[in-house]
Write a protein that binds this ligand. Sequence first.
Ligand SMILES: Nc1ncnc2c1ncn2[C@@H]1O[C@H](COP(=O)(O)OP(=O)(O)OP(=O)(O)O)[C@@H](O)[C@H]1O
Ligand SMILES: Nc1ccn([C@H]2C[C@H](O)[C@@H](COP(=O)(O)O)O2)c(=O)n1
Length: 203
Amino acid sequence: MIVTIDGVAASGKSSVSSGVAQALGVPYVSSGLLYRAVTLLGLNAGADLADAATLLPLLSGVRLEPLASGNRVWNAGADLTADLHSTRVDAGVSTVAAIPQIRQWVDDQLRALPAPLVAEGRDMGTNVFPYAQHKFYLTASPRVRAERRAKERPEDIPAIEAALTERDRQDTTQSAPAPDARVIDTGPLTLQGVIDTILEHLR
Ligand SMILES: Nc1ncnc2c1ncn2[C@@H]1O[C@H](COP(=O)(O)OP(=O)(O)OP(=O)(O)O)[C@@H](O)[C@H]1O
Ligand SMILES: Nc1ccn([C@H]2C[C@H](O)[C@@H](COP(=O)(O)O)O2)c(=O)n1
């Protein structure tokens, strides 16, 4: 069984996927973490984030560890995970995610993983696992998402909201919900409420 949970930036995809995966006793995979890892390695190398030819050679040692409690990304034995949610990675990741060769590399990593699993991102239900049995799409207003994210970032709520809105705009191409996805507005729901809503549908 494959469950896909797509949605806009900071809509709760990782937290919800982790909760659903733990309830089901299966791993979850965060595709965004792979795009973030490419971005971090590119930034650290001083690379042009729009240049596939410079970025692709940096990825030979990158490995995603899909734990249900939280994914980790490794590069040649070094754990990159703690550095993947910085403001500078947030600002560069949409440029990297627009490169077709990088998208292909991410898709190949994900499709190599054995089912059952929960996969979260933007195009899990439309492109990577179009045959998934259960598809969900999370939304919430930019203000609600910024208020939640403000607990994790040093910037104030208006600055976070502006950055989220810009990232939504840049990610539009790959962010449409699958026609067969259930769209859930997480704004009025607690985190556990969203997890329970999905588990209810799965039953
Ligand atoms: N329904 C909810 N109610 C309250 N807080 C929530 C809810 N869903 C998620 N959160 C909180 O919002 C923040 C963002 O959630 P999370 O990181 O899971 O989103 P995401 O969609 O994976 O983000 P990104 O797109 O940046 O990777 C976290 O602090 C999380 O705990
Ligand atoms: N399937 C995916 C997953 C992610 N992206 C891009 C777009 C996001 O801005 C960025 C980071 O993802 P997040 O951590 O916000 O889930 O990666 C994508 O294009 N496709």
